[in-house]
Design a binder for this molecule. Structure first.
Ligand SMILES: Nc1ncnc2c1ncn2[C@@H]1O[C@H](COP(=O)(O)OP(=O)(O)OP(=O)(O)O)[C@@H](O)[C@H]1O
Length: 225
């Protein structure tokens, strides 16, 4: 599902190129559910950005679902992201002026019929326990409820790959556990590949697989600049 070969990524800082990430060879199987751990500034989010096509590597190859992402133009990467990747953020990224349901409907392809849209939206709001909150604005939802809506938005189109960057980082521990369980259960049931960045060792232990960024990034640790 994910194949990374000879990838490196640097950022320009004060006119100097600073190496952040170097991955010789890393492979993730379709359907794996994997927690990515590591200290602050060690390149976890950068790795997710490369896999989602938000960033491009300086060199090397990134293959996702058999697609050579490293060869793609920006517009082709945008298309790839819309079709293949669901992204879940720490701070939800819901549009504040739209209801939970409208936030979800916004990303549904125009090719979906009204009937299919309604069936899917109803199914998923029920599935995540948010049926009664569809018409609420994000500000009228708890943080856990906002993340449930964001999870629907990430998975309703059934992308093969779900990338979650600290999805529970702004939640209390009990809600964090509930949200992680929900995410893991959905990805298992739908056979989606899940790659989650988390600092929380207890939450990481819920995952069938765990990887430390320093096991794949061969550069020495760098603190956040
Ligand atoms: N666009 C950018 N320009 C310059 N430096 C950047 C940029 N993005 C990230 N960095 C730097 O790259 C390093 C890795 O950042 P990254 O966000 O990938 O780390 P992380 O492991 O996700 O950290 P955290 O756990 O704190 O979120 C950091 O030192 C960061 O400051």
């Amino acid at each position: 599902m994910i194949d990374i070969k000879g990838v490196s990524k640097s950022f320009m800082m004060h006119g100097k190129s600073l190496p952040i990430l170097r991955v010789s060879n890393w492979h993730v199987e379709q359907g794996e559910r994997l927690a990515l751990m590591g200290p602050s500034g060690s390149g976890k989010s950068t790795l997710l950005h490369l896999i989602s096509g938000v960033m491009t590597p300086d060199e090397g190859e990134i293959w996702v679902d058999g697609l050579p992402l490293h060869t793609y133009s920006e517009s082709k990467r945008d298309r790839y992201r819309a079709d293949h990747v669901g992204y879940i953020f720490q701070d939800f990224h819901l549009i504040s002026s739209l209801t939970a349901k409208q936030n979800v409907e916004l990303i549904v392809p125009q090719s979906w019929s009204k009937k299919m849209m309604k069936e899917q939206v109803d199914y998923w709001f029920e599935r995540v326990g948010l049926k009664d909150r569809q018409h609420h604005l994000p500000s009228e939802l708890s943080r856990g409820q906002q993340q449930r809506a964001a999870i629907i938005r990430a998975i309703i189109t059934k992308p093969h790959l779900i990338l979650a960057d600290e999805p529970t980082g702004s939640l209390d521990w009990e809600t964090a556990g509930d949200i992680m369980t929900l995410l893991l259960d959905i990805c298992e049931a739908e056979k989606l590949t899940l790659l989650t960045v988390t600092h929380d060792l207890h939450l990481a232990e819920m995952y069938p697989q765990r990887v430390h960024i320093q096991d794949i990034n061969v550069l020495p640790r760098r603190e956040a600049i």
